[in-house]
Design a protein around this ligand. Structure first.
Ligand SMILES: Nc1ncnc2c1ncn2[C@@H]1O[C@H](COP(=O)(O)OP(=O)(O)OP(=O)(O)O)[C@@H](O)[C@H]1O
Ligand SMILES: [Mg+2]
Length: 386
């Protein structure tokens, strides 16, 4: 077990045309001892680079990496007490499962009887006992992934690094391996850093999640906090599926209420635009001014069918604004239904109960729960309101 601390890490690669590529920019991150930290971000955002720097497979351009309290920048990979598991398993095809798991211990000259004990114990804990004599080619994707895990676990490292280890598996096997990884993390109590581009995987595995985009760490927080309190438009749009709805328009103060007016076809905000009354806490986004351009974010589950919203709430303290919308597409998923809808110029998704019956092109009344709205600055992309 060890704490991993990254301080102001930058990594610049030079591509074949001699152009500098900033893979990481001033990234700082503390992974606590025994924590399960997930790094999530789109392709090319610098996730693998971050892991490879921790493992010592790449050198930093600037910044320091500490592992277990010691600066590790100049420590060679094999002395960092770290095990890395990759997406493609990287098993030795001509060795049996037993030999694959034993390989690292053999290199370290661990006594044979001790190797045998460790390999059997690890194989048993991963459900591989019946396959110890098999070659990797006869195993399923999930079993191969478990062998790759076994090879990492058997060395008892203080930090595990995972680079998208589940992305070659089918959906059912991925869900099962997620559960097994969580159990493994609890039983070993070891520090784990797990890279994925899948936000569902991130939410289900991470004690905390670091969201990264273009080499910049955007936010580090627990899954629910990331979902409820995104710091900027990138995090708001990346975490959650279907993503948060974003509406462009104007925030303005009227006597003692705060309104959001949606932008119209012409790009203008007019008196008869669709408008929502907001909670008083939205005043903070005005920063003392009378109005400003904003982007308003509202999650699909915060838009509901208006029959289910009591009428007295329409203009009441609950800040539910009712608007007429046209349903463009209906997606019945079983437990719930997504309505891809349009009101004015805005397209958005509402998440409603499965028993709500509606067809495409139908007009319905939807309630927008403004208590749950977030306000962002279109210029900086940062969240400036509740
Ligand atoms: N050895 C290298 N030489 C030049 N550029 C590199 C090198 N390794 C990575 N890069 C660049 O650095 C950036 C970050 O790459 P990285 O592999 O860390 O992204 P990633 O988030 O892991 O993406 P993915 O989800 O596709 O695996 C990319 O623009 C990539 O092209
Ligand atoms: Mg990668």
């Amino acid at each position: 077990m060890a704490q991993v601390v990254l301080k102001n890490i930058s990594k610049i690669f030079t591509n074949s045309k001699g152009r500098a590529i900033h893979a990481l920019r001033d990234a700082s991150l503390t992974v606590e001892q025994g924590e399960f930290m997930v790094i999530v971000g789109p392709s090319g955002s610098g996730k693998s680079t971050l892991l490879r720097l921790i493992a010592g497979l790449e050198d930093t351009t600037s910044g320091t990496i500490s592992i277990g309290g010691n600066i590790a920048n100049n420590v060679p990979p094999q002395d960092r007490d770290i095990a890395m598991v990759f997406q493609n398993y990287a098993l030795y095809p001509h060795m049996t499962v037993y030999e694959n798991i034993a390989f690292g211990l053999k290199l370290r000259k661990v006594p044979k009887t001790e190797i045998d004990r460790l390999v059997r114990e690890t194989g048993d804990s991963l459900g591989l006992t019946a396959h110890l004599d098999s070659l990797p080619m006869v195993l399923s994707g999930g079993q191969k992934q478990r062998v790759a895990l076994g090879r990492a676990i058997v060395r008892k490292p203080s930090v595990f690094l995972f680079d998208e280890p589940l992305s070659n598996l089918d959906a059912r096997m991925r869900a099962q391996m997620r559960m097994e990884l969580s159990k493994l993390h609890k039983s070993l109590g070891v520090t784990m850093i797990f890279v994925t581009h899948d936000q569902v995987e991130a939410m289900s595995l991470g004690d905390r999640i670091a969201v990264i985009c273009d080499g910049v760490i955007q936010q580090v927080a627990g899954p629910i906090q990331l979902y409820d309190d995104p710091v900027n438009l990138f995090v708001a749009g990346f975490i959650g599926s279907p993503p948060m709805n974003l509406f462009s328009g104007m925030l303005l103060k009227r006597e003692n209420e705060v309104l959001f007016q949606m932008r119209s076809e012409t790009g203008k905000v007019s008196e008869n635009a669709i408008s929502f009354r907001l909670d008083q806490t939205a005043t903070q986004a005005l920063n003392g001014g009378g109005s400003r351009e904003v982007i308003l974010g509202l999650r699909p589950e915060d838009i509901g069918v208006s029959e289910t919203i009591p009428v007295h709430n329409q203009e009441g303290p609950n800040c539910v604004s009712i608007t007429e919308a046209i349903v463009e597409h209906v997606e019945p998923l079983g437990p719930e239904t997504y309505l891809y809808s349009k009101a004015g110029t805005a397209q958005f998704t509402a998440r409603v109960r499965a028993d709500f019956s509606v067809a495409a092109n139908q007009r319905i009344r939807l309630g927008f729960n403004m208590r749950r709205a977030h306000i962002f600055d279109p210029a900086t992309q940062n969240r400036i309101g509740p």
